[in-house]
Write a protein that binds this ligand. Structure first.
Ligand SMILES: [Zn+2]
Length: 337
């Protein structure tokens, strides 16, 4: 008899290898939350985001998860160790965390614009250095303070040892804003990659027009040596353009992160036809990500869903970690990547 396992055995294996979560959000940890602008707003108030997190609050032991949070003390017990606990339970080797720099356009009730800031140094200290081999991160970048400040943000991320930067379009505007170009040049020079939010966002002051993936077309064309990770693949906004960006440009990659699986159109996450398009057209350029902790309650279910789909094991291996490890030049600490 052959030593090799047959297709059925392979398909039945729920966790044949370790996964890599390419998309997670630090900052919502209870300790010092008010020192990170915008993070408390994720838990507080009667907003789409806060209501979405009520499930996470229940899972974290909040006895009144449906109550509206108004004070930082009411935030659930949530810490970097919570990330590790969930990752361990789901066989996730490591997660890429997004530090954020963003200030939205002014809007009624907020003339300054809504600010979201998760500092690079915080994430390096509390996550990366505290749990070796389990986290990496990208630094936040925006050009609201001008071109030079944007370049400084890139240098700060580089000094922290991060492999890239994230531009959060919903708060910070169009990714093809010429004021960002010196920062992109610096990133290309330093061998860093760029992550850009596309799709939709419900945070305060955010505007849908900035999030259309069509604006990445300029950046990808003008910076052929800059590797670009298109976050969310234009979900709910212009997913077809998102797919096209990856097909058109050698330097554009995408994740399939769905911030709220029960809210978003299932067709772009749970649907087999969509997954087969990815498998057929871009098997080496698509990454698995979760938006943890927004998806905390379904963290394991999301993985099981994909692993149970009738896709090739080869593609699952690439999608669920290997593609992103190669993208980062990641060296696994464990001997079972
Ligand atoms: Zn995200």
């Amino acid at each position: 008899m052959s030593e090799q396992e047959g297709t059925i055995e392979k398909m039945m294996m729920p966790k044949p290898f370790k996964f890599f979560d390419s998309h997670g959000h630090p900052g919502l940890e209870k300790k010092g939350i008010m020192e990170r602008p915008g993070c408390f707003d994720m838990w507080a108030g009667n907003t789409v985001g806060a209501r979405t997190l009520m499930g996470a609050r229940a899972a974290l032991g909040d006895p009144n998860p449906m109550s509206i949070i108004t004070k930082p003390e009411e935030c659930p017990e949530f810490s970097p160790q919570t990330f590790i606990d969930y990752m361990d339970r789901s066989n996730v080797e490591a997660m890429c965390l997004q530090c954020i720099h963003g200030i939205s356009d002014p809007y009624p009730g907020n003339k300054e614009g809504w600010k979201w800031y998760v500092p690079n140094e915080y994430v390096k200290k509390e996550f990366i250095d505290a749990y070796p081999g389990r986290f990496t991160a990208v630094g936040g970048v925006h050009a609201r303070y001008g071109k030079e400040a944007a370049v400084e943000m890139v240098l700060s991320a580089h000094e922290c040892g991060f492999p890239g930067c994230k531009f959060h379009t919903p708060t910070a505007g169009y990714p093809n804003n010429p004021d960002l170009y010196p920062a992109y040049e610096k990133m290309s020079e330093l061998g860093m990659h760029l992550q850009v939010h596309t799709g939709q966002e419900e945070l305060p002051g955010t505007r849908a027009k900035y999030q259309d993936p069509v604006y990445l077309d300029d950046v990808a064309m003008d910076f052929p040596n800059l590797r670009i990770l298109q976050l969310h693949c234009g979900l709910f906004n212009n997913p077809m353009q998102g797919l096209w960006n990856v097909m058109k440009f050698e330097n554009v990659y995408t994740d399939i992160t769905v911030p709220h699986p029960t809210l978003m159109q299932f067709k772009y996450y749970w649907d087999l036809d969509h997954m087969r398009v990815l498998e057929f057209f871009m098997p080496d350029k698509v990454f698995y990500g979760t938006d943890f902790p927004l998806t905390l309650t379904v963290y394991q279910a999301m993985i099981d869903n994909i692993m149970n789909m009738p896709l090739s094991l080869d593609f699952k291996y690439k999608l669920m970690g290997d593609n992103f490890r190669k993208f980062l030049n990641w060296e696994s600490k464990s001997d079972n990547p």
